[in-house]
Design a protein around this ligand. Structure first.
Ligand code: GTP
Ligand code: MG
Length: 416
C-alpha cells in the first residue's frame, strides 16, 4: 500500500463543521485511491493572500517527509505548477493536488477501453499547461540537461495535443455506437431510467437491490466509473436502469468534459433517480442537491426526476420528515427508501412507473395467418399485451408507444 501525507486546508471564514467535512473528503479520496494516510497537516488560509505555503510550513512538511518517508504528499487545494515544483524539490517527495488524486482514482477504476480513454484525455488536459510551465521554469533555472531545448518544448506540447485529438476522435465514434444502442433499446419497448447523485449516496447499493444483480459497491468514493445497465419490470413495463458515476463538487471543466459521456446516460433517460444520503446534515444534502441540479439542469428540462432519500435506516422518522419538508423545493417527486433494508422500494417503483412517458392502449384485429402471428410476436416484444383471443381472427388488446401502434396498424392494413 502506498503511504501519503495529507495537507488539508483550513478556511478561517468557514464553520468548523465545514472544514471538518473537507478534511474527511480528502481522507476518503486518498483511501479510495489506495493510500494509507500516515500523517496530516493543516494549512490555514492567510486572509489577504491565496493559499500561500510559508517557508516555515514547507520546512515542517520536509521534516515530516524525512521522518516518515511517504510515497506522496497530497494537497487538498489546487496547486500551481510552481508550487508543485518547489514543494517536491524542497521535500524530495512527489506532490499532487486533489484533482490529480481524483484522476488516479478514475484511472484505477477504468476497466474498459472507453473509460480508459476518458481518463487519459482528462490527464492530458491537466498536463498540457503544466508541461509547458515546467519546461519554462527548468529553462530559466538553466539546469543541465534542459539547456538549449529549442524545438523540444513545442514538439512536446504538440505531441500531447495530437494524442488528445486522437482520443477525442476515438471517443466520438464510441459515443455514436452508444447512441444507436440506446435507440435500439427504446425500439425494443424499454423505457430508460438512470441513477444519478453525489458520490457515496448509495446509487450502486440501490441499483443492486432494485434489479437484484451484483454490481460492485464499496464504502469508498467513485466505486462506479462506468455506467452499468440492468432491467427492471414494473407493472408489465420493462425499464432499463443505469447506474452512473457520482457527481463531485468543484469538478474542474476539463474533467467534466472528459466524463460527459458518462453523464449522457442520464440526459437520455426517461426518468432520473436522483439519490441523496438522507443521513447527512441538512446543509450538506441541500448543497449536494444544488450541485446535481446545476450539473444536470440545462439538459434535463424534459426529463422527470424522482428524488430518492436513501439510507433512512440511519435516521429517525422525525428527522427524515424535517429534512424532506424543508427540501421540498429542491426535491421533486421525493421517495424515502433504504437500499439496505429494502424499505420504500414499492413506492419508488410506483413513482418511476407513474413518470414514464405514456403509452397508448389499442385493440386490433389481426388475421390468423403466419404473417399475423409474426406481427403478434413483434407486439409482444415492443409493448405490453393486456388481452389476446384466438378465434378465426386474433383480437389483441395492448399498450405501446405511438410509433409501435402506428406501425402495427399499417401492417394490419397490409395483411387484410
Ligand atoms: N445504512 C445504509 N447504508 C447504505 C445504504 N445505501 C448505501 N449504503 C452504504 O453507503 C456506501 C456507499 O454506497 P454505494 O452504493 O457504493 O454509493 P454510490 O452512490 O454508488 O457511490 P459512487 O459509485 O462512488 O458514486 C456503502 O458503504 C453502502 O453500504 C442504506 O440504505 N443504508
Ligand atoms: Mg456506485
Amino acid at each position: 500500500m502506498m503511504r501519503a501525507v495529507l495537507v488539508k486546508r483550513n478556511e478561517p471564514r468557514y464553520e468548523d463543521e465545514k472544514n471538518e467535512l473537507q478534511m474527511n473528503e480528502l481522507r476518503e479520496l486518498a483511501g479510495a485511491a489506495g493510500y494509507e494516510v500516515i500523517s496530516e497537516m493543516t494549512q490555514t488560509r492567510n486572509p489577504d493572500r491565496k493559499y500561500h505555503l510559508g517557508r516555515g510550513k514547507v520546512e515542517e512538511l520536509a521534516q515530516i517527509v524525512s521522518d516518515l518517508k511517504p510515497d506522496k504528499i497530497i494537497f487538498h487545494n489546487p496547486l500551481s505548477t510552481m508550487q508543485i515544483y518547489n514543494i517536491s524539490e524542497t521535500c524530495r517527495c512527489e506532490t499532487i493536488d486533489k484533482f490529480q488524486l481524483i484522476l488516479e482514482i478514475f484511472a484505477t477504476r477504468a476497466t474498459t477501453h472507453r473509460s480508459k480513454l476518458q481518463v487519459e484525455l482528462a490527464r492530458l488536459e491537466y498536463e498540457l499547461p503544466r508541461a509547458r510551465a515546467v519546461i519554462s521554469i527548468l529553462k530559466k533555472d538553466e539546469r543541465p540537461g534542459f539547456m538549449g531545448l529549442g524545438g523540444y518544448e513545442d514538439s512536446y506540447a504538440q505531441d500531447i495535443k495530437n494524442r488528445m485529438t486522437r482520443i477525442r476522435n476515438e471517443l466520438d465514434s464510441i459515443q455514436k455506437d452508444n447512441e444507436s444502442l440506446r435507440a435500439h433499446r427504446h425500439s425494443k419497448g424499454f423505457s430508460l431510467a438512470a441513477l444519478a447523485g453525489y458520490t457515496n449516496a448509495g446509487k450502486s447499493t440501490l441499483f443492486n437491490a432494485l434489479v437484484d444483480e451484483t454490481v460492485e459497491s464499496k464504502n469508498m468514493l467513485f466505486t462506479t466509473l462506468l455506467p452499468t445497465t440492468r432491467s427492471l419490470k414494473v407493472r408489465g413495463r420493462d425499464i432499463l436502469v443505469t447506474d452512473t458515476v457520482g457527481f463531485i463538487e468543484d469538478l474542474p471543466h476539463w474533467m467534466v468534459d472528459a466524463f460527459r459521456s458518462t453523464l449522457d446516460e442520464i440526459f437520455l433517460a426517461d426518468v432520473v433517480l436522483l439519490v441523496v444520503d438522507s443521513s447527512e446534515p441538512f446543509e450538506v444534502i441541500r448543497k449536494k442537491l444544488l450541485v446535481c441540479h446545476e450539473t444536470m439542469w440545462d439538459q434535463l428540462q424534459e426529463v422527470a426526476i424522482v428524488t430518492v432519500f436513501n439510507k433512512i435506516d440511519l435516521i429517525t422518522d422525525e428527522e427524515l420528515r424535517e429534512k424532506m419538508d424543508s427540501l421540498v423545493y429542491l426535491a421533486p417527486n421525493s421517495v424515502a427508501v433504504s437500499a439496505k433494508t429494502g424499505f420504500g422500494f414499492e413506492e419508488l417503483k410506483e413513482q418511476i412507473r407513474n413518470l414514464l412517458p405514456e403509452w397508448k392502449r389499442v385493440k386490433l384485429t389481426i388475421p390468423l395467418t403466419e404473417e399475423g402471428m409474426s406481427l403478434v410476436a413483434w407486439i409482444y416484444d415492443e409493448g405490453l399485451v393486456h388481452d389476446i383471443n384466438y378465434t378465426d381472427v386474433i383480437s389483441i388488446d395492448f399498450e405501446a408507444r405511438d410509433k409501435v401502434i402506428n406501425k402495427a396498424i399499417s401492417l394490419v392494413n397490409e395483411l387484410l
